[in-house]
Ligand binder design. Structure first.
Ligand code: SAM
Length: 474
């Protein structure tokens, strides 16, 4: 029962919170990533569509969609730095702050420290968002924390919350460039060199990658794709076209028809290097043993068709095998798609001339694309991938004929997933030898000492793809 006898405290009249569809959408996306382990790139498109339908295209236009996307991606990427800043502004450990409150705070900190949104607008939009999604009480807390954050800029905050480089270089870089410490450590081990290189790499991981297209040979030409707005030729792959202002690849006719696709240049180079590796004898049967969702298979299929070779594309997950079939649909040469476990293969040993094993991995080389991945991965994940990667590489070597070539690829530069796996194979199989992959990537600089190659976002503008080419000798 309410106490009607007590006089009401005079105060501000109650005002309904202002609903800002952009911030609400960004908050919902962050919650989905947090609660359901969703992927930002998968949850965003349906949320954007829903907002457009609900608000109408006048109230939720392309600029709103771009801002919402930037807020989600930027907040996720910079979460490590923002957490350190928030931790300095609240009087309890972050794990005791409710996750939805933390999401509103992180979104606010990103607007304050990572965008050009004016301070008062960033704070008031975040407090309004808090009132809508958290209630008035917690909105006060959000207001208090963000006012503290707003007192300094990003550089000043970093100076305050990051441990000095000289005391702990990896911890310092982890906070400054927003990567988990173990990831900084692993990337640095693989990259080698001093502070400048690793800083450039970590910074590149925090940038939005350009959209790169592949004109599948024999099906589309780069000239056709270069007619798109703000399109320029790729840096390294003769089939690549970069869309420098992003855009919607799905609206491009050649992409809709499957004659072209969206594919990072690093992935194109892996397929090209394997296709061009020197080979004695027949060159008629190619295998892609981990083909889903089919990006490299589609390029390999088109290259195989030019040589009159056939491609078998195999993938363990049936639904991903379906995606491979879609990617290869319309391939000008012979191909077959099957759902099979590459560690227990249905094909006859020694029956292929070229084999690609683009194995499942931690994906630490594609952090630009998957903003949440760095926070979700754990060092223990390597224990799960290691045996599978070794088993798949062994069946790849079994699958290739004597004199044939295997391409072992990962989209991770972690040494435990790259050189360690290849070295173990070479130790156990005297009938396997490495081929120098560098000459097969003509014009690409900074490929290291070989014979394997490691690409890097900051040096090549590609994902950090790794490729070892292995010939079966006996
Ligand atoms: C890195 S992805 C391959 C990407 C692909 N080559 C492309 O360019 O689109 C690795 C794939 O291997 C599949 N996979 C995992 N375990 C497998 C196994 N035992 N046999 C075959 N494929 C497997 C995964 O489902 C995943 O689709």
């Amino acid at each position: 029962m309410s106490d009607t006898s007590r006089p009401r405290k005079p105060g501000k009249p109650h005002r309904r919170p202002k609903k800002d569809p952009v911030r609400i959408l960004a908050f919902e996306a962050l919650r989905a990533v947090d609660e359901r382990d969703a992927y930002a790139n998968l949850v965003l498109p349906p949320l954007l569509r829903k907002a457009r339908e609900k608000e109408g295209p006048d109230k939720f236009d392309g600029r709103d969609a771009a801002l919402a996307t930037e807020l989600v991606y930027g907040t996720l990427r910079r979460q490590g730095t923002y957490d350190a800043v928030i931790a300095a502004c609240v009087d309890r450990p972050l794990r005791e702050v409710d996750p939805p409150v933390l999401d509103v705070l992180s979104l606010g900190v990103h607007q304050l420290l990572g965008t050009r949104i004016p301070t008062h607008a960033a704070v008031s939009a975040s407090v309004e968002l808090a009132r809508v999604v958290l209630g008035d009480g917690r909105a006060k807390f959000v207001n208090a924390v963000l006012r503290k954050v707003a007192q300094d800029d990003l550089d000043t905050w970093i100076e305050r919350v990051a441990p000095p480089y000289d005391e702990d270089p990896e911890d310092h870089l982890a906070v400054v460039h927003s990567h988990p410490r173990w990831v900084v450590s692993a990337l640095w081990d693989s990259l080698g060199g001093g502070r400048a290189g690793i800083e450039q790499l970590l910074e590149a991981d925090n940038e939005r990658p350009e959209v790169t297209l592949v004109a599948r040979p024999g099906r589309a030409t780069t000239e056709e794709l270069l007619r798109e707005e703000a399109a320029v030729a790729g840096r390294w792959s003769p089939y690549a076209v970069r869309l420098t202002e992003g855009g919607e690849p799905g609206a491009i006719e050649a992409v809709r028809d499957g004659r072209a696709g969206v594919q990072d240049e690093g992935s194109q180079l892996v397929a090209l290097a394997l296709a061009n590796a020197p080979l004695d004898g027949p060159d008629e049967k190619w295998l892609d043993g981990c083909a889903g969702p089919g990006g490299k298979a589609a390029l390999l299929g088109a290259l195989a068709a030019e040589r009159g070779a056939m491609l078998l594309a195999s993938e363990k997950q049936p639904h991903r095998a379906g995606l491979v079939a879609k990617a290869l649909h319309g391939n000008p040469g012979p191909y077959q798609v099957i759902a099979a476990d590459g560690t227990r293969p249905p094909w006859r040993p020694g029956s292929f001339d070229r084999v690609l094993m683009d194995v499942p991995c931690t994906g630490l080389g594609a952090l630009r694309r998957r903003p949440e991945a760095r926070w979700r991965r754990r060092p223990e994940d390597l224990d799960g991938f290691g045996p599978l990667q070794r088993a798949l590489l062994r069946t790849a070597l079994d699958a290739v004929r004597v004199g044939g070539v295997v391409g072992y690829a990962t989209c991770s530069p972690h040494l435990a997933e790259t050189r360690a796996v290849v070295n173990d194979l070479l130790k156990q199989h005297p009938d396997a030898e490495l081929i120098d992959a560098r000459p097969l990537l003509p014009g690409v600089p900074d490929l290291g000492d070989g014979p394997d190659v490691q690409l890097w976002p900051h040096l090549h503008g590609t994902d950090a793809m790794y490729l070892a080419l292995i010939r079966r000798t006996g």
